[in-house]
Ligand binder design. Structure first.
Ligand code: S3P
Length: 170
């Protein structure tokens, strides 16, 4: 298996924020699968969903997973909320699930800086009920594929980094 760390979990749980903080602290590079897809296609995620649909976006996620598995090592990777469905997740690295209740995630996003923009750029976060339904469908799946589960709710970044280090014995 490759020496990457892969952060999975629901939209808005803080995968990118934690991945970047962890990378910085451990002198590693951090990349994000949505960013990779946007640079690969030269289009925004929202636009890809609108013009080509979700199925095509999932194909792009698989293509990204193949590229990561083949080319990337020693990197901290944050993923889109549905990336965990790719068929070679475990080949990419150690899978860390960031776990929190839906309402905590929803409020985190709602109360964040640029909240409107952050919600708007996520086509599957259209409404509270839509997003909650998706969360309920996925929450068991995230646990199933995870090597490590990190409870993130209400914790400061320093605490999260400490817990993650302990779990990884970094
Ligand atoms: C998605 C999550 C988004 C993005 C796309 C689809 C999902 O990423 O990949 O809008 O299926 O949950 P974030 O988890 O970074 O919001």
């Amino acid at each position: 298996m490759k020496n990457n760390l892969l952060f999975i979990g629901f939209m808005g749980v803080g995968k990118g924020t934690l991945a970047r903080a962890f990378a910085q602290k451990n002198d590693l590079f951090a990349v994000d699968t949505d960013d990779l897809i946007e640079s690969y296609t030269n289009k925004k995620i929202k636009k890809i969903f609108k013009k080509k649909g979700e199925k095509y976006f999932r194909e792009l996620e698989q293509r990204t997973a193949n590229w990561l598995a083949k080319n990337i090592d020693n990197t901290v990777i944050s993923t889109g909320g549905g990336f965990y469905k790719v068929n070679n997740l475990k080949e990419i690295g150690t899978v860390i699930y960031l776990k929190a209740d839906f309402d905590w995630i929803y409020n985190r996003l709602k109360n964040s800086k640029n909240a409107k923009k952050k919600i708007k750029k996520r086509p599957l976060f259209k409404s509270y009920s839509n997003a909650k339904k998706l969360y309920e469908e996925r929450k068991k799946e995230y646990e199933k594929v995870a090597d490590i589960v990190l409870e993130v709710e209400g914790k400061e970044m320093e605490q999260l980094l400490k817990e993650l280090n302990e779990k990884l014995k970094f």
